[in-house]
Write a new protein. Structure first.
Length: 118
């Protein structure tokens, strides 16, 4: 017998938001596919659908790899910046160490300050 898991109101809200986002994405994607390819999906050639699915997987692999690489860089930048801020690297500190730490934290958080025009 399956045990019921109670969720917090925040967890329930989050789940419903994700579900709504996916539902809208799927409906729009399905309609775009109908517009582009037409016909009944369940009547399409299964072999051609497998080939198309493999192409989609290749795209997803590329996207996930780039996301992973970005997250790894973000994580390493954040660790280095926090180490600088906490003085872990005191032996090599220069007057610019705080600026470097701030720059790394900004990069790690995705913040790119706008350059001011002079």
């Amino acid at each position: 017998m399956e045990q019921k898991l109670d969720m917090t109101p925040e967890q329930t809200t989050h789940m419903l938001e994700l579900n709504a986002e996916f539902s809208n994405l799927f409906k729009n994607k399905y309609r775009a596919g109908q517009e582009e390819h037409g016909g009944d999906l369940w009547k399409k050639d299964p072999l051609l659908m497998c080939i198309a699915a493999k192409e989609e997987v290749a795209d997803q692999w590329a996207y996930i790899s780039v996301i992973e690489e970005t997250l790894r860089r973000w994580h390493l930048d954040r660790i280095e910046a926090l180490a600088l801020l906490r003085g872990v690297d005191r032996a090599s500190q220069t007057p610019e160490w705080s600026t470097r730490a701030e720059r790394l934290l900004n990069r790690a958080s995705g913040y790119r300050p706008q350059k001011t025009k002079t």
